[in-house]
Design a protein around this ligand. Structure first.
Ligand SMILES: Nc1ncnc2c1ncn2[C@@H]1O[C@H](COP(=O)(O)OP(=O)(O)OP(=O)(O)O)[C@@H](O)[C@H]1O
Ligand SMILES: [Mg+2]
Length: 123
């Protein structure tokens, strides 16, 4: 019963950040400075409002419909959500188009496989 209560009270979120590949190292360090260590990095292709990008080349103009991005997935306690967003933005925000996007989702539960810990303890 105690355990079930703990799971219901402690809320966690998944932060999914689409970033420029060159920003990964800085973001990793900025997150680590706030004690946020665990994350998953995936190479992705994406497009935003600019629908990819238009490039001038000798042969003329051509469009790249999807750009290379990285996706960071971090699951954090609710109290770490704003610090994590601030850390990501401190590096990723240049103020120009294409800086990326951050999506936030509720997380039901986490299982640390090596120990069987659940919820906050498992992050
Ligand atoms: N609505 C969306 N849904 C899912 N992924 C998105 C969405 N918008 C952007 N992305 C992802 O984020 C990446 C970066 O998007 P980008 O920063 O160019 O967004 P934007 O909306 O065009 O904003 P900006 O005008 O600042 O460029 C995209 O390549 C894509 O992977
Ligand atoms: Mg864009």
């Amino acid at each position: 019963m105690q355990r079930m209560l703990t799971h219901m009270v402690i809320k966690m979120k998944k932060i999914e950040a689409i970033i420029k590949p060159g920003h990964l190292d800085g973001i990793r360090i900025a997150l680590q400075e706030k004690g946020i260590i665990g994350m998953t990095v995936t190479e992705v292709q994406g497009r935003g409002q600019q629908k990819g990008i238009s490039l001038q080349w000798r042969a003329g103009e051509y469009r790249v419909e999807f750009l290379e991005k990285l996706k960071l997935d971090l699951v954090v306690n609710d109290e770490d959500v704003e610090p994590a967003i601030a850390a990501i933005m401190s590096i990723a925000k240049t103020g120009k188009i294409g800086d990326g996007k951050i999506f936030i989702y509720p997380v039901e539960d986490v299982v640390r496989i090596s120990t069987g810990e659940r919820g906050k303890e498992a992050i």
